[in-house]
Design a protein around this ligand. Structure first.
Ligand SMILES: Nc1ncnc2c1ncn2[C@@H]1O[C@H](COP(=O)(O)OP(=O)(O)OP(=O)(O)O)[C@@H](O)[C@H]1O
Length: 232
């Protein structure tokens, strides 16, 4: 509890990020902060730099200029080894098309991060079954991604992203390929689990129905970030 009345220090802070791909300026001075446990929606037109911002915040892409601070560490300066450790232990990622491994069943997909963390196969499977249950897809445990509906696959991908207890989940259009009912199921499961675990979520979406689940919304335009309702 913050007793000083000051704003808490954000868990993750991007300042003045610049990222250029060839002649395309994806980020032009983007700044944003994410508090612990906060669900933040990032909206904006196609090509405004949302995915690039997410990639920089998640330590997947290094910005050309600007800083990304996570806890006491500067992600933009960390060696690749430490970045990949953070991505494995502190961050979870979900994309528009879940990116589950097609050859593996749902339970094997969800168990994978725990196996990589050194758990035994039996323990990883037990925990994976519990997480599929939390996301309402235990009945699909033995199915491969191609045998599931889009919504079931996305809920499985969320279970895989959250099973290691990350501090931050990065979700890039996680419901972009889903209908309205499946969107509601995926978002309800994500928000409920994130709240329960105190996980912060950075959520990219172009869908107002999805942004409404967030605590706060910022909008990107031309590679920079503005709070919604604030005009330059
Ligand atoms: N790997 C890359 N190589 C070349 N150009 C890229 C790359 N990634 C992004 N860009 C360019 O940078 C700009 C911002 O792209 P970005 O994907 O971040 O936007 P976005 O807001 O997420 O778009 P969308 O909503 O369409 O996914 C675009 O002009 C895009 O073409």
């Amino acid at each position: 509890m913050n007793t000083t009345g000051e704003n808490p220090v954000p868990l993750l802070t991007a300042r003045d990020l610049v990222k250029t791909y060839g002649r395309s300026e994806a980020l032009r001075g983007a700044s944003v902060g994410l508090d612990a446990g906060e669900i933040l929606a990032v909206t904006g037109t196609s090509g405004s730099g949302k995915s690039t911002l997410l990639h920089c915040l998640a330590g997947i892409v290094r910005p050309d200029a600007g800083s990304v601070a996570y806890g006491g560490e500067r992600l933009d300066e960390l060696p690749e080894k430490r970045l990949s450790e953070l991505r494995r232990t502190e961050f979870g990622v979900v994309f528009q098309f879940g990116q589950l491994i097609p050859e593996l069943t749902a339970v094997d997909n969800v168990a994978l991060p725990l196996l990589l963390a050194g758990l035994s196969r039996a323990d990883a499977h037990t925990r994976a079954g519990e997480w599929l249950e939390r996301f309402g897809v235990r009945g699909q445990a033995g199915l491969r991604p191609g045998e599931m509906s889009g919504g079931q696959a996305q809920r499985t991908a969320l279970a895989r992203a959250l099973i290691t207890g990350p501090k931050v989940v990065f979700a890039d259009e996680p419901t972009g390929a889903l209908d309205s009912l499946a969107t509601e199921q995926v978002m309800t499961a994500l928000v409920h689990t994130a709240r329960e675990a105190g996980t912060a979520v950075l959520l990219i979406t172009h869908d107002a129905q999805v942004a409404a689940y967030a605590d706060r919304e910022v909008r990107m335009a031309d590679g920079a970030v503005a709070p919604v309702g604030v005009t330059a």
